[in-house]
Design a protein around this ligand. Structure first.
Ligand code: F6P
Ligand code: MG
Length: 450
Protein backbone atom coordinates (compact mmCIF):
# COMPACT_ATOMS: atom_id res chain seq x y z
CA UNK A 1 0.00 0.00 0.00
CA UNK A 2 1.44 3.39 -0.92
CA UNK A 3 1.31 5.94 1.87
CA UNK A 4 -0.31 9.39 1.64
CA UNK A 5 2.00 12.43 1.42
CA UNK A 6 2.81 14.61 4.45
CA UNK A 7 1.65 18.24 4.60
CA UNK A 8 4.26 20.69 3.29
CA UNK A 9 4.84 24.17 4.66
CA UNK A 10 3.61 25.99 1.53
CA UNK A 11 0.24 24.26 1.57
CA UNK A 12 -2.27 26.96 2.47
CA UNK A 13 -4.93 24.38 3.19
CA UNK A 14 -2.70 22.94 5.94
CA UNK A 15 -2.14 24.28 9.46
CA UNK A 16 1.54 24.05 8.47
CA UNK A 17 1.25 27.35 6.63
CA UNK A 18 0.07 29.36 9.64
CA UNK A 19 2.55 27.59 11.92
CA UNK A 20 5.52 28.43 9.76
CA UNK A 21 4.55 31.98 8.89
CA UNK A 22 3.26 33.07 12.26
CA UNK A 23 4.09 30.72 15.11
CA UNK A 24 7.70 29.89 14.37
CA UNK A 25 8.86 33.55 14.02
CA UNK A 26 6.92 34.55 17.15
CA UNK A 27 8.40 31.66 19.12
CA UNK A 28 11.92 32.59 18.06
CA UNK A 29 11.40 36.28 18.76
CA UNK A 30 10.16 35.33 22.26
CA UNK A 31 13.23 33.13 22.70
CA UNK A 32 15.50 36.06 21.80
CA UNK A 33 13.76 38.23 24.42
CA UNK A 34 14.25 35.56 27.07
CA UNK A 35 17.87 35.10 26.05
CA UNK A 36 18.44 38.84 26.45
CA UNK A 37 16.79 38.75 29.86
CA UNK A 38 19.15 35.96 30.96
CA UNK A 39 22.21 37.85 29.70
CA UNK A 40 21.12 40.97 31.59
CA UNK A 41 21.26 39.08 34.87
CA UNK A 42 24.84 37.86 34.31
CA UNK A 43 27.13 39.99 32.14
CA UNK A 44 29.70 37.18 31.84
CA UNK A 45 27.22 35.51 29.47
CA UNK A 46 27.26 38.41 27.06
CA UNK A 47 29.62 37.17 24.40
CA UNK A 48 28.40 33.56 24.29
CA UNK A 49 24.82 34.85 24.48
CA UNK A 50 25.42 37.19 21.55
CA UNK A 51 26.55 34.24 19.44
CA UNK A 52 23.31 32.40 20.19
CA UNK A 53 21.30 35.55 19.47
CA UNK A 54 23.01 35.95 16.09
CA UNK A 55 22.17 32.36 15.21
CA UNK A 56 18.52 32.84 16.19
CA UNK A 57 18.32 36.04 14.17
CA UNK A 58 19.97 34.21 11.28
CA UNK A 59 17.22 31.62 11.46
CA UNK A 60 14.56 34.36 11.21
CA UNK A 61 16.32 35.69 8.10
CA UNK A 62 16.53 32.23 6.60
CA UNK A 63 12.76 31.84 7.03
CA UNK A 64 12.13 35.20 5.37
CA UNK A 65 14.31 34.34 2.41
CA UNK A 66 13.02 30.78 2.27
CA UNK A 67 16.59 29.45 2.32
CA UNK A 68 17.40 25.83 1.66
CA UNK A 69 17.67 24.07 5.01
CA UNK A 70 21.27 22.94 5.63
CA UNK A 71 22.14 19.38 6.50
CA UNK A 72 23.95 19.06 9.82
CA UNK A 73 27.75 19.17 9.43
CA UNK A 74 30.27 16.68 10.79
CA UNK A 75 31.17 19.24 13.47
CA UNK A 76 27.51 19.44 14.46
CA UNK A 77 27.30 15.65 14.61
CA UNK A 78 30.45 15.56 16.78
CA UNK A 79 28.52 17.68 19.29
CA UNK A 80 25.24 15.78 18.97
CA UNK A 81 25.47 12.30 17.48
CA UNK A 82 21.69 12.00 17.09
CA UNK A 83 21.82 14.53 14.24
CA UNK A 84 22.88 11.69 11.94
CA UNK A 85 19.29 10.48 12.03
CA UNK A 86 18.10 13.92 10.94
CA UNK A 87 20.50 13.91 8.01
CA UNK A 88 19.33 10.45 6.95
CA UNK A 89 15.72 11.57 6.91
CA UNK A 90 16.72 14.77 5.14
CA UNK A 91 18.12 12.77 2.25
CA UNK A 92 14.82 10.95 1.86
CA UNK A 93 12.88 14.24 1.72
CA UNK A 94 15.43 15.84 -0.62
CA UNK A 95 14.75 13.07 -3.16
CA UNK A 96 11.20 14.44 -3.49
CA UNK A 97 12.16 18.14 -3.77
CA UNK A 98 14.70 20.58 -2.30
CA UNK A 99 14.08 21.12 1.40
CA UNK A 100 13.49 24.81 2.10
CA UNK A 101 12.08 26.38 5.25
CA UNK A 102 8.83 27.57 3.71
CA UNK A 103 8.18 24.65 1.38
CA UNK A 104 9.61 21.59 3.18
CA UNK A 105 7.80 18.82 5.06
CA UNK A 106 6.08 20.28 8.13
CA UNK A 107 6.68 17.74 10.86
CA UNK A 108 10.29 17.00 9.91
CA UNK A 109 11.17 20.70 9.80
CA UNK A 110 9.37 21.47 13.03
CA UNK A 111 11.47 18.83 14.82
CA UNK A 112 14.60 20.04 13.00
CA UNK A 113 13.87 23.58 14.21
CA UNK A 114 13.97 22.65 17.89
CA UNK A 115 17.09 20.54 17.34
CA UNK A 116 18.95 23.35 15.62
CA UNK A 117 17.93 25.84 18.31
CA UNK A 118 19.32 23.42 20.88
CA UNK A 119 22.51 23.10 18.84
CA UNK A 120 23.06 26.88 19.01
CA UNK A 121 23.27 26.54 22.79
CA UNK A 122 25.39 23.37 22.72
CA UNK A 123 27.87 25.00 20.31
CA UNK A 124 28.88 27.63 22.88
CA UNK A 125 30.24 24.84 25.09
CA UNK A 126 29.36 27.11 28.01
CA UNK A 127 28.15 25.18 31.08
CA UNK A 128 25.42 27.75 31.73
CA UNK A 129 23.91 27.49 28.25
CA UNK A 130 24.27 23.69 28.17
CA UNK A 131 21.78 23.47 31.02
CA UNK A 132 19.65 26.41 29.97
CA UNK A 133 16.03 25.92 28.90
CA UNK A 134 15.12 28.87 26.71
CA UNK A 135 11.42 28.22 27.27
CA UNK A 136 11.54 27.80 31.04
CA UNK A 137 10.32 31.23 32.05
CA UNK A 138 7.34 30.93 29.70
CA UNK A 139 6.53 27.47 31.08
CA UNK A 140 6.65 28.75 34.66
CA UNK A 141 4.59 31.83 33.93
CA UNK A 142 1.81 29.81 32.37
CA UNK A 143 1.77 27.28 35.21
CA UNK A 144 1.44 30.15 37.64
CA UNK A 145 -1.56 31.37 35.67
CA UNK A 146 -3.12 27.91 35.97
CA UNK A 147 -3.81 28.39 39.68
CA UNK A 148 -7.57 28.01 39.27
CA UNK A 149 -7.26 24.67 37.46
CA UNK A 150 -4.61 23.35 39.85
CA UNK A 151 -6.65 24.13 42.97
CA UNK A 152 -9.78 22.66 41.43
CA UNK A 153 -8.02 19.41 40.52
CA UNK A 154 -6.47 19.12 43.98
CA UNK A 155 -9.83 19.58 45.68
CA UNK A 156 -11.40 17.03 43.37
CA UNK A 157 -8.62 14.58 44.03
CA UNK A 158 -8.94 14.93 47.80
CA UNK A 159 -12.46 13.51 47.59
CA UNK A 160 -11.24 10.43 45.76
CA UNK A 161 -10.01 8.50 48.80
CA UNK A 162 -13.53 8.01 50.15
CA UNK A 163 -14.95 7.25 46.73
CA UNK A 164 -12.34 4.58 46.05
CA UNK A 165 -12.97 2.87 49.39
CA UNK A 166 -16.53 2.05 48.50
CA UNK A 167 -16.41 1.98 44.69
CA UNK A 168 -18.04 -0.87 42.77
CA UNK A 169 -16.48 -1.92 39.48
CA UNK A 170 -19.03 0.15 37.57
CA UNK A 171 -18.22 3.21 39.70
CA UNK A 172 -14.50 2.68 39.23
CA UNK A 173 -15.10 2.70 35.49
CA UNK A 174 -16.91 6.04 35.76
CA UNK A 175 -14.02 7.45 37.76
CA UNK A 176 -11.61 6.13 35.13
CA UNK A 177 -13.55 8.07 32.48
CA UNK A 178 -13.45 11.22 34.56
CA UNK A 179 -9.69 11.03 35.15
CA UNK A 180 -8.95 10.19 31.52
CA UNK A 181 -10.84 13.37 30.60
CA UNK A 182 -8.77 15.35 33.10
CA UNK A 183 -5.59 14.17 31.45
CA UNK A 184 -7.00 14.62 27.93
CA UNK A 185 -8.17 18.20 28.37
CA UNK A 186 -4.96 19.07 30.19
CA UNK A 187 -3.59 18.96 26.66
CA UNK A 188 -5.74 21.93 25.68
CA UNK A 189 -3.07 24.07 27.34
CA UNK A 190 -0.20 24.25 24.91
CA UNK A 191 2.29 27.06 24.95
CA UNK A 192 3.22 26.87 21.32
CA UNK A 193 -0.35 27.87 20.62
CA UNK A 194 0.23 31.03 22.64
CA UNK A 195 2.32 32.15 19.73
CA UNK A 196 -0.92 32.33 17.78
CA UNK A 197 -4.22 33.84 18.74
CA UNK A 198 -5.01 31.90 21.92
CA UNK A 199 -5.05 34.11 25.01
CA UNK A 200 -4.35 33.16 28.61
CA UNK A 201 -8.03 33.73 29.30
CA UNK A 202 -8.73 31.02 26.70
CA UNK A 203 -6.32 28.73 28.50
CA UNK A 204 -8.00 29.27 31.84
CA UNK A 205 -11.33 28.58 30.26
CA UNK A 206 -10.33 25.01 29.34
CA UNK A 207 -9.13 24.02 32.79
CA UNK A 208 -12.31 23.56 34.84
CA UNK A 209 -14.61 20.61 35.52
CA UNK A 210 -17.61 22.36 34.04
CA UNK A 211 -15.86 22.93 30.74
CA UNK A 212 -14.75 19.31 30.66
CA UNK A 213 -18.31 18.15 31.03
CA UNK A 214 -19.54 20.52 28.32
CA UNK A 215 -16.80 19.28 26.03
CA UNK A 216 -17.81 15.63 26.25
CA UNK A 217 -19.38 15.71 22.79
CA UNK A 218 -16.23 17.30 21.38
CA UNK A 219 -14.42 13.99 21.77
CA UNK A 220 -14.94 12.77 18.21
CA UNK A 221 -13.28 9.39 18.65
CA UNK A 222 -13.71 7.91 22.10
CA UNK A 223 -12.12 4.54 22.89
CA UNK A 224 -12.35 4.96 26.67
CA UNK A 225 -14.63 1.91 27.06
CA UNK A 226 -12.35 -0.24 24.94
CA UNK A 227 -9.33 0.87 26.98
CA UNK A 228 -11.11 0.15 30.26
CA UNK A 229 -12.20 -3.31 29.12
CA UNK A 230 -8.67 -4.08 28.06
CA UNK A 231 -7.18 -2.81 31.34
CA UNK A 232 -9.44 -4.84 33.58
CA UNK A 233 -9.31 -8.02 31.50
CA UNK A 234 -5.56 -8.11 30.81
CA UNK A 235 -4.26 -11.14 32.67
CA UNK A 236 -0.58 -10.55 32.03
CA UNK A 237 1.78 -9.81 34.90
CA UNK A 238 2.59 -6.38 33.47
CA UNK A 239 1.92 -3.90 36.24
CA UNK A 240 3.04 -0.54 34.88
CA UNK A 241 1.57 2.18 32.71
CA UNK A 242 3.85 4.42 30.68
CA UNK A 243 2.89 7.99 29.84
CA UNK A 244 4.77 9.62 26.98
CA UNK A 245 4.31 13.15 28.22
CA UNK A 246 3.58 16.27 26.30
CA UNK A 247 3.56 19.70 27.95
CA UNK A 248 4.86 20.65 31.38
CA UNK A 249 2.92 22.86 33.78
CA UNK A 250 -0.82 22.31 33.88
CA UNK A 251 -0.86 19.35 31.48
CA UNK A 252 1.87 17.55 33.42
CA UNK A 253 -0.04 18.26 36.61
CA UNK A 254 -3.24 16.81 35.10
CA UNK A 255 -1.27 13.74 33.95
CA UNK A 256 0.10 13.26 37.45
CA UNK A 257 -3.43 13.45 38.85
CA UNK A 258 -4.39 10.70 36.39
CA UNK A 259 -1.33 8.70 37.46
CA UNK A 260 -2.34 9.08 41.13
CA UNK A 261 -5.82 7.81 40.27
CA UNK A 262 -4.38 4.72 38.55
CA UNK A 263 -2.14 4.03 41.53
CA UNK A 264 -4.61 4.78 44.32
CA UNK A 265 -7.32 2.88 42.44
CA UNK A 266 -4.94 -0.14 42.38
CA UNK A 267 -5.39 -0.41 38.64
CA UNK A 268 -1.65 -0.40 38.29
CA UNK A 269 1.43 -0.57 40.48
CA UNK A 270 3.82 1.76 38.69
CA UNK A 271 3.67 4.72 36.31
CA UNK A 272 6.66 5.69 34.16
CA UNK A 273 6.56 9.19 32.73
CA UNK A 274 8.68 9.87 29.64
CA UNK A 275 10.16 13.33 29.15
CA UNK A 276 12.16 15.11 26.45
CA UNK A 277 15.92 15.55 26.89
CA UNK A 278 16.04 19.00 25.27
CA UNK A 279 13.73 22.06 25.11
CA UNK A 280 11.08 20.87 22.67
CA UNK A 281 8.03 22.42 21.00
CA UNK A 282 8.21 25.20 23.58
CA UNK A 283 6.36 23.65 26.46
CA UNK A 284 7.23 19.94 26.47
CA UNK A 285 8.26 18.37 29.76
CA UNK A 286 11.93 17.82 30.55
CA UNK A 287 12.94 15.81 33.66
CA UNK A 288 13.84 18.99 35.56
CA UNK A 289 10.32 20.34 34.90
CA UNK A 290 8.91 17.54 37.06
CA UNK A 291 11.18 18.61 39.94
CA UNK A 292 10.33 22.26 39.36
CA UNK A 293 6.61 21.53 39.42
CA UNK A 294 6.88 19.67 42.71
CA UNK A 295 8.73 22.63 44.22
CA UNK A 296 6.28 25.17 42.80
CA UNK A 297 3.28 23.41 44.26
CA UNK A 298 4.51 24.07 47.80
CA UNK A 299 6.30 27.34 47.22
CA UNK A 300 4.22 30.01 49.05
CA UNK A 301 5.45 32.63 46.59
CA UNK A 302 4.36 30.70 43.52
CA UNK A 303 0.65 30.80 44.36
CA UNK A 304 0.66 33.56 46.98
CA UNK A 305 -3.09 34.12 47.37
CA UNK A 306 -4.30 30.64 48.29
CA UNK A 307 -6.86 30.15 51.07
CA UNK A 308 -5.86 27.71 53.83
CA UNK A 309 -8.26 25.21 52.28
CA UNK A 310 -6.71 25.55 48.81
CA UNK A 311 -3.18 25.25 50.20
CA UNK A 312 -4.19 22.12 52.12
CA UNK A 313 -5.59 20.46 49.03
CA UNK A 314 -2.42 21.20 47.07
CA UNK A 315 -0.28 19.90 49.94
CA UNK A 316 -2.29 16.67 49.96
CA UNK A 317 -1.62 16.06 46.26
CA UNK A 318 2.00 17.12 46.57
CA UNK A 319 2.58 14.59 49.34
CA UNK A 320 0.98 11.81 47.31
CA UNK A 321 3.12 12.50 44.25
CA UNK A 322 6.27 12.78 46.38
CA UNK A 323 5.50 9.53 48.18
CA UNK A 324 4.96 7.55 45.00
CA UNK A 325 8.04 9.13 43.46
CA UNK A 326 10.18 8.15 46.45
CA UNK A 327 8.79 4.59 46.34
CA UNK A 328 9.69 4.33 42.65
CA UNK A 329 6.05 4.01 41.73
CA UNK A 330 6.24 7.20 39.71
CA UNK A 331 9.44 7.12 37.66
CA UNK A 332 10.76 9.93 35.52
CA UNK A 333 12.43 8.74 32.31
CA UNK A 334 13.82 10.31 29.17
CA UNK A 335 15.14 8.82 25.95
CA UNK A 336 16.73 10.57 22.99
CA UNK A 337 14.24 8.86 20.67
CA UNK A 338 11.46 11.27 21.65
CA UNK A 339 13.32 14.21 20.09
CA UNK A 340 14.43 12.45 16.91
CA UNK A 341 12.74 12.86 13.54
CA UNK A 342 11.29 9.35 13.49
CA UNK A 343 7.62 8.71 13.71
CA UNK A 344 6.56 6.10 16.24
CA UNK A 345 6.24 3.21 13.80
CA UNK A 346 10.00 3.01 14.28
CA UNK A 347 10.00 2.49 18.06
CA UNK A 348 10.91 -1.21 17.60
CA UNK A 349 14.15 -0.13 15.87
CA UNK A 350 15.32 1.36 19.18
CA UNK A 351 15.75 -1.86 21.05
CA UNK A 352 16.42 -0.51 24.55
CA UNK A 353 13.32 1.65 24.48
CA UNK A 354 11.25 -1.03 22.78
CA UNK A 355 12.16 -3.70 25.32
CA UNK A 356 11.32 -1.30 28.13
CA UNK A 357 7.93 -0.41 26.66
CA UNK A 358 7.12 -4.07 26.03
CA UNK A 359 6.93 -4.51 29.79
CA UNK A 360 4.14 -1.93 29.98
CA UNK A 361 0.46 -2.73 30.23
CA UNK A 362 -0.48 0.47 28.45
CA UNK A 363 1.47 3.25 26.77
CA UNK A 364 -0.36 6.55 26.82
CA UNK A 365 0.74 9.14 24.29
CA UNK A 366 -0.25 12.63 25.30
CA UNK A 367 -0.97 15.50 22.99
CA UNK A 368 -0.91 16.64 19.44
CA UNK A 369 2.69 16.15 18.45
CA UNK A 370 2.69 12.57 19.76
CA UNK A 371 -0.44 11.89 17.68
CA UNK A 372 1.23 13.32 14.59
CA UNK A 373 4.20 11.03 15.18
CA UNK A 374 1.93 8.04 15.82
CA UNK A 375 0.16 8.54 12.49
CA UNK A 376 3.26 9.70 10.58
CA UNK A 377 1.56 13.11 10.19
CA UNK A 378 0.34 11.98 6.78
CA UNK A 379 -2.70 13.14 4.90
CA UNK A 380 -4.75 10.06 5.74
CA UNK A 381 -8.43 9.93 4.86
CA UNK A 382 -10.33 10.91 8.02
CA UNK A 383 -12.04 7.51 8.10
CA UNK A 384 -8.76 5.54 8.03
CA UNK A 385 -8.73 3.17 11.01
CA UNK A 386 -6.28 4.19 13.76
CA UNK A 387 -4.77 0.72 13.44
CA UNK A 388 -3.88 1.38 9.80
CA UNK A 389 -2.52 4.87 10.45
CA UNK A 390 -0.08 3.70 13.13
CA UNK A 391 1.31 1.12 10.67
CA UNK A 392 3.94 -1.23 12.15
CA UNK A 393 3.15 -0.03 15.65
CA UNK A 394 -0.14 -1.91 15.44
CA UNK A 395 1.71 -5.23 15.26
CA UNK A 396 4.48 -4.32 17.69
CA UNK A 397 2.68 -5.73 20.76
CA UNK A 398 2.67 -2.26 22.32
CA UNK A 399 -0.81 -1.36 23.61
CA UNK A 400 -1.26 2.26 22.60
CA UNK A 401 -3.63 4.94 23.87
CA UNK A 402 -3.55 8.44 22.43
CA UNK A 403 -5.13 11.35 24.35
CA UNK A 404 -5.04 14.36 22.10
CA UNK A 405 -6.78 17.65 21.53
CA UNK A 406 -6.56 18.27 17.79
CA UNK A 407 -4.10 21.02 16.88
CA UNK A 408 -2.87 19.95 13.46
CA UNK A 409 -4.22 18.46 10.20
CA UNK A 410 -4.19 14.73 10.71
CA UNK A 411 -7.21 13.01 12.27
CA UNK A 412 -8.09 9.35 11.70
CA UNK A 413 -10.69 6.89 12.91
CA UNK A 414 -13.69 9.16 12.28
CA UNK A 415 -17.01 7.56 11.36
CA UNK A 416 -18.23 8.31 7.82
CA UNK A 417 -19.65 11.85 7.51
CA UNK A 418 -18.24 13.25 10.77
CA UNK A 419 -15.48 15.30 9.14
CA UNK A 420 -18.01 16.88 6.77
CA UNK A 421 -20.29 17.71 9.71
CA UNK A 422 -17.47 19.33 11.69
CA UNK A 423 -16.28 21.31 8.65
CA UNK A 424 -19.75 22.80 8.45
CA UNK A 425 -19.97 23.51 12.19
CA UNK A 426 -16.58 25.22 12.29
CA UNK A 427 -17.37 27.21 9.15
CA UNK A 428 -20.73 28.28 10.55
CA UNK A 429 -18.93 29.52 13.67
CA UNK A 430 -17.44 32.19 11.42
CA UNK A 431 -14.23 30.52 10.28
CA UNK A 432 -13.41 30.92 6.61
CA UNK A 433 -12.06 27.42 6.13
CA UNK A 434 -14.13 24.90 8.08
CA UNK A 435 -11.50 22.20 7.59
CA UNK A 436 -9.38 23.96 10.17
CA UNK A 437 -11.54 22.44 12.91
CA UNK A 438 -8.76 19.86 13.06
CA UNK A 439 -6.25 22.44 14.30
CA UNK A 440 -8.53 24.59 16.46
CA UNK A 441 -7.83 22.70 19.70
CA UNK A 442 -11.58 22.51 20.33
CA UNK A 443 -12.06 18.86 19.46
CA UNK A 444 -10.28 15.81 20.78
CA UNK A 445 -9.67 12.10 20.21
CA UNK A 446 -9.12 9.17 22.55
CA UNK A 447 -7.74 6.42 20.30
CA UNK A 448 -6.75 2.96 21.47
CA UNK A 449 -5.07 0.05 19.76
CA UNK A 450 -4.00 -3.26 21.20
O1 F6P B 1 2.55 25.35 16.66
C1 F6P B 1 1.72 24.30 16.35
C2 F6P B 1 2.21 23.07 17.00
O2 F6P B 1 3.60 23.07 17.10
C3 F6P B 1 1.77 21.83 16.29
O3 F6P B 1 2.53 21.63 15.21
C4 F6P B 1 2.00 20.82 17.33
O4 F6P B 1 1.52 19.63 17.00
C5 F6P B 1 1.41 21.54 18.50
O5 F6P B 1 1.73 22.87 18.29
C6 F6P B 1 1.94 21.13 19.80
O6 F6P B 1 0.91 20.63 20.51
P1 F6P B 1 1.09 19.60 21.68
O7 F6P B 1 1.81 20.33 22.74
O8 F6P B 1 -0.28 19.19 22.04
O9 F6P B 1 1.90 18.46 21.13
MG1 MG C 1 3.80 20.02 23.38
Amino acid sequence: MSLPAPPYNDDKSSFAYATVHKRWPTIIEGAIDDLNAAIKVDSSLESSGATIRNSLNGLLDDFKQDKEVPKFSDDDIALDATLVHYNNHYEEFAKVKPVTWLTGPWLYLECYLYKIINLFFVKTGHPYWLKFDIFESLKNKTFQQSEFGVVELCKRFKLLDDQLNSATKEELKLLFKEFIDISLWGNATDLSLLAGSVTLEDIKSVQGAEVRKKNEEKIVVNDTDKTWNYLVSDKSSRDSVDIVLDNSGFELFADLIFALFLLDGKLINKVNIHCKQIPWFVSDTMPKDFDLLLGQLVDPEFYPNLSADDANAIKFVHEKISKYHKNNQINVKSHEFWTLSYNYWDIPKFDDLYQELLTSKLIIFKGDLNYRKLTGDLKWEYTTPFKTAIQQLSTSKLPVLSLRTCKADVVVGLPEGVNEKLVKIYHDEGNENGQFWTSSGKWAVISFNN
